[in-house]
Design a protein around this ligand. Structure first.
Ligand SMILES: NC(=O)c1ccc[n+]([C@@H]2O[C@H](COP(=O)([O-])OP(=O)(O)OC[C@H]3O[C@@H](n4cnc5c(N)ncnc54)[C@H](O)[C@@H]3O)[C@@H](O)[C@H]2O)c1
Length: 310
């Protein structure tokens, strides 16, 4: 199949290109505002902008499938630049949707976020009503509606993944795990915001890419929660990193506590929750394969110099 991947220089987009490039004809684009990967195997990442409708019409031409990863990612960047966020997330997704319909693309896959659930009940399924709080979740919810309208009205196949915290090891995209392991490697203190009770669910970018591959190859449609099997409190994650640091590097670092200034409350921020991913496992046959422990060990022991953590 001919597959366009937008945001291909970023964390998840690059993992998707890497996984798909052997079996499919890939066109990869990014504006390099965040992601910096210029080549993935034999695939060159072209410089194009999804917030430019002329670029979008050109990039979707002759494609069977569009994987639309490009955009502002996460709560702080959207809160700090609302206009840019609206343009690069919602307006860009409208351009990609309309151009895909006009070009006869068969299927569009879209990375939404579990921030669309706002402050949900303990058990989060795809039927849990969405009620986003911050701009990021609101814009992603808007994108879902734009895409679902095209599904209903124009017959476009649309697969939406509401993703939890996707992590990997790219300098341009640092998750909590990267920040913690970099601190330990640099023998710097770890900062804990608030009580550390807030829970996080993690999925590796390489596992995330597998879900997209399954959805493309099965022509899937619908909304899927996409996360890992491990939901841990921030305090437990810090404990895991400290334990691995002691075992592999022979030391632990001090923990500094800082008050929670409230920013974190704009996403799913509960002491514990169950992010139910049984639909993606049952319908697409998806199983996450990488554990947090393995990833932490890999990050702590990787070769290369340690830059000061942010
Ligand atoms: N990482 C997560 O935890 C997570 C969770 C839920 C949803 N998502 C969504 O998944 C997608 C990919 O996230 P990621 O973690 O790989 O982030 P990322 O920042 O690594 O990748 C996004 C890429 O989009 C590019 N981009 C931004 N604006 C663009 C534009 N106008 N035109 C072309 N390219 C542009 C950036 O340069 C970057 O390379 C995003 O849409 C994000 O909102 C990510």
């Amino acid at each position: 199949m001919r597959i366009l991947v937008t945001g291909a220089a970023g964390l998840i987009g690059s993992a998707i290109v890497e996984l798909l490039r052997h079996d499919h004809e890939i066109r990869a684009i990014d504006n390099f505002s965040i992601g910096q990967i210029r080549q993935i195997g034999d695939v060159l990442v072209e410089e194009m902008d999804v917030a430019n409708p002329d670029h979008v019409r050109e990039m979707v031409r002759d494609q069977d499938v569009v994987v639309h990863m490009a955009g502002y990612t996460g709560i702080p960047v959207c809160e700090n630049d609302p206009e840019g966020a609206a343009r690069n997330v919602l307006v860009a997704t409208k351009y990609v949707t309309d151009a895909s319909v006009a070009a006869g693309v068969q299927q569009v896959l879209f990375p939404s976020t579990f921030a669309v659930y706002g402050i949900p009940p303990y058990h989060i399924t795809e039927e849990t009503p969405i009620a986003p709080i911050g701009l990021y979740g609101n814009l992603k919810a808007g994108c879902e509606y734009v895409l679902r309208a095209a599904q209903k009205v124009d017959g476009l196949k649309v697969a939406i993944f509401r993703q939890s915290n996707v992590y990997g090891d790219l300098p341009t995209k640092k998750s909590l795990l990267n920040i913690l392991t970099e601190r330990v490697r640099a023998r710097q203190p770890i900062t804990m915001i608030g009580t550390g009770e807030q829970a996080r669910n993690f999925l590796h970018a390489r596992d995330t890419a597998v879900a997209y591959k399954l959805a493309i190859e099965q022509g899937a449609e619908g909304i899927y929660n996409l996360g890992g099997r491990e939901t841990l409190s921030v305090a437990s994650i810090i404990e895991l990193v400290q334990e691995a640091g002691q075992r592999l590097l022979g030391y632990t670092v001090p923990i500094e506590r800082k008050p929670d200034r409230g920013a974190a409350k704009r996403e799913v921020d509960l002491p514990d929750f169950h992010f139910d991913t049984s639909r993606v496992e049952r319908e697409l046959g998806f199983t996450p394969s990488l554990t947090l422990r393995d990833a932490v060990e890999e990050m702590l022991t990787k070769e290369g110099s340690v830059s000061a953590a942010h």
